[in-house]
Design a protein around this ligand. Structure first.
Ligand code: SF4
Length: 295
């Protein structure tokens, strides 16, 4: 069900340094998401959204609230969106909250990073160009596999991976900073070097400037249960491998994470692509300050 709600506040300051995406502020225009990725962390109990897959709440006054908050900020910065839902999920085509937010961001001189899996973001290229004339305007498309069939199973509501890659090319050609979020990389499904290499090579060919990667996923509570149910439907027997490998662990790195990381960094360097690796792989990170799996 799609339902309208009213937001009291929208922008939240990103605490400390955001080493993943370089954001100063985060915002959510919606609650819930129509993309239904089987691994989505935002099904976890800690987010208090019992009906993540059933209901999408539209913050009908979001643009108005955002304008008011941007007007009152003393320092400008980069506003990010796309962490807990996809701002370009299908209903954005009519709701146009992302478009309204970009217009406000442009008017008040802020920068933006949108994280999405949707090609609908191309609709707003003129708004990104307007922002780019005075600040950062970046779009990060999430690509976890180059296999459209696999993407259809693990990210059933999102456009095919090949279309996302085409969108990256269009963004780069329009002068927008195009990035890739290569995460999560699902163990035993997406963590082959062939897959990672293909994503990097295709991203490079599309003019992508940066890739942030995380070779693994997170699992907990209700989200783990949901993920395992979807694995049982589409990949019978795979759940047992996950259970044996990870038990109750939250941070579930690919068994091949270190090798993938090393080769990924070397290949990106050779292609002139900047890299950033999530705290999941930092040796000291037992409790990473997760920004969340990008949309
Ligand atoms: S991972 Fe992102 S796009 Fe997928 S369901 Fe979650 S919020 Fe939506």
């Amino acid at each position: 069900m799609i339902r309208e709600i009213r937001a009291r506040t929208l922008l939240s300051r990103v605490r400390g340094m955001d080493t993943w995406f370089g954001l100063d502020f985060g915002m959510n225009l919606y609650r819930g998401c129509q993309h239904h990725c089987i691994y989505c962390d935002f099904r976890s109990e800690c987010y208090g959204n019992d009906r993540f897959d059933e209901d999408v709440l539209v913050k009908a006054n979001a643009v108005e609230v955002l304008r008011d908050e941007l007007r009152r900020k003393r320092a400008r910065g980069i506003v990010g969106t796309g962490a807990m839902n996809d701002p370009y999920m299908p209903l954005e085509a009519e709701a146009r909250l992302a478009a309204g937010a970009l217009q406000a961001i442009a008017e008040f001189g802020f920068g933006v990073l949108v994280i999405t899996k949707s090609t609908l973001v191309l609709r707003d290229i003129p708004l990104f160009q307007k922002i780019a004339r005075q600040s950062t305007a970046a779009v990060s498309l999430t690509v976890t596999t180059v296999d459209d069939e696999l993407a259809r199973v693990v990210e059933p509501g999102a456009p095919p991976a090949s279309e996302r890659l085409r969108a990256l090319r269009e963004l780069a050609q329009a002068g927008i900073e195009a990035r890739v979020a290569l995460m999560p990389v699902l163990p035993y499904l997406e963590d082959s070097w062939e897959n990672v290499e293909a994503i990097v090579e295709r991203a490079a060919a599309c003019g992508v400037r940066a890739i942030v990667a995380s070779f693994g996923l997170t699992m907990r509570g209700r989200q783990r249960d949901y993920f395992y149910r979807r694995l049982d439907e589409s990949f019978p027997g795979l759940r047992v491998r996950y259970e044996e490998s990870y038990g109750e662990r939250y941070i579930c790195a690919s068994p091949d994470a270190a090798r993938l990381h090393e080769r990924f960094v070397a290949l990106c360097a050779a292609r002139g692509i900047q890299t950033s690796v999530s705290p999941l792989l930092a040796p000291s990170a037992t409790e990473p300050d997760l920004f969340g799996w990008p949309a």
